[in-house]
Design a binder for this molecule. Structure first.
Ligand code: ARG
Length: 372
């Protein structure tokens, strides 16, 4: 048995770590409006391949993570090279270049013995499964229990997006925060894998800019007959939600690290509170939003994007001392690596990995769902 992973915290045995090889700047497209941080409005975002030096800096930190994991006896695999500078043209859209293979978490998810390739939500990421296909074939050939599923690709034509979303002033976003309508419409199945968080039998999925309700319905219909329960969750104060792993981060049975600026909607929190889960707020990150790298599109809350090696050991970014202290107080062994040069490629430690094997099986952490 090679492919086996049911949650975000069981002891990690095999993992894929992303690579910045051939990475490009993310293009402007209907599902994404990247901006240069702290630059005057209208400043152009760079296009095409990232500079060689920036790629080398990111690759060095990714290699550092890989080395740390290997030193703990974990098998580390890497994506195969892909030409991200190549444009993509389908019958429905055209995009000047692709993005990168730094964040396998966004594209690929292991749920038990099944590997699912997400639909993705942005044009530049349409073919981002390709750098992982060799690995998927290898696992699929080696392990007869592996189920391999590719979710239905949406068209990503202009009609799939709601471009007016990008123009809403903050007050408008605030007014609409409970409608959970973002830059993708509800007409097609759309989800990124990183909007899902795994809790054994239960999967928590965030409605976001990168996952719509139709995507969650697909996940429900696909996974519930296989013994899972899929729960949509909402963080109304996150006006640009994308990927749940800087917002709601389970660390071990009974404990979730939460984002103090993005509380879970009360009705969604009930599931956790009724089942004696503790929601513990992360401390303020060491960098403010304005101090994040200039091409980084993520928030300061990448601080929370930790990678669990087990229910007692967690990897944290080197500079995030307040979070490290909190985790130590919560009885975790805290390992650290520098990772800030990876931030402009879409994420931090959790994003840059994809679990292939964690020990353990499918457990029920929410007993009130079966015995009220
Ligand atoms: N949207 C998140 C934030 O800025 C970043 C999520 C990164 N996660 C990922 N899997 N790429 O807070």
């Amino acid at each position: 048995m090679i492919v086996n992973s049911w949650n975000e915290w069981d002891p990690l045995r095999e993992v894929v770590v992303g690579s910045a090889d051939n990475a490009c700047f993310e293009p402007i497209e209907p599902g994404n409006r990247p901006t240069v941080r702290n630059a005057p409005a209208g400043s152009p975002f760079p296009t095409g391949p990232k500079p060689r030096a920036a790629i080398e800096r990111a690759n060095e930190e990714l290699a550092g993570l890989a080395a740390l994991l290997e030193s703990r006896g974990i098998t580390v695999r890497r994506p195969t090279p892909h030409d991200f500078a190549a444009p993509v043209r389908t019958p429905d859209f055209e995009v000047a270049n692709q993005y990168c293979a730094v964040c396998p978490r966004d594209v690929m998810i292991t749920i038990g013995h099944e590997i699912i390739e997400a639909t993705m939500s942005r044009r530049a990421r349409y073919f981002e499964f390709r750098p992982y296909r060799e690995l998927v074939y290898e696992y699929w050939n080696a392990d007869p229990d592996v189920v391999w599923t590719t979710a239905p690709k949406p068209s990503m034509d202009d009609g799939m997006y709601r471009e007016e979303f990008w123009e809403w002033p903050l007050a408008e976003r605030h007014r609409r925060m409970h409608s959970f309508e973002f830059c993708v419409s509800q007409d097609q199945v759309v989800f990124d894998a990183a909007d899902i968080s795994r809790f054994g039998r239960d999967l928590i999925v965030q409605e976001s800019m990168t996952t719509n309700r139709t995507g969650i319905s697909w996940l429900k219909r696909h996974l519930e007959p296989r013994g899972f329960r899929v729960h949509p969750v909402h963080f109304p104060l996150d006006h640009f939600p994308s990927h749940i792993d800087c917002t709601f981060v389970p660390l071990r049975p009974g404990l979730v690290l939460t984002n103090p600026e993005r509380p879970l909607l009360d009705r969604d929190a009930r599931l956790f509170l009724d089942n004696d889960w503790q929601l513990v707020d992360a401390p303020q990150p060491t960098s403010g939003n304005d101090e994040m790298p200039e091409y980084c599109q993520s928030s300061k809350w990448l601080s929370m994007n930790v990678l669990s090696l087990s229910p007692t050991t967690v990897v944290c970014e080197e500079q995030e001392k307040p979070l490290q202290d909190l985790l130590s107080k919560l009885d975790f062994e805290v390992l650290t690596v520098p990772f800030r040069n990876v931030f402009e490629y879409g994420g931090s430690l959790h994003c840059a990995t994809w679990d292939i094997h964690r020990e353990g099986g499918q457990e029920d952490y929410f007993p009130t769902l079966t015995r009220p």
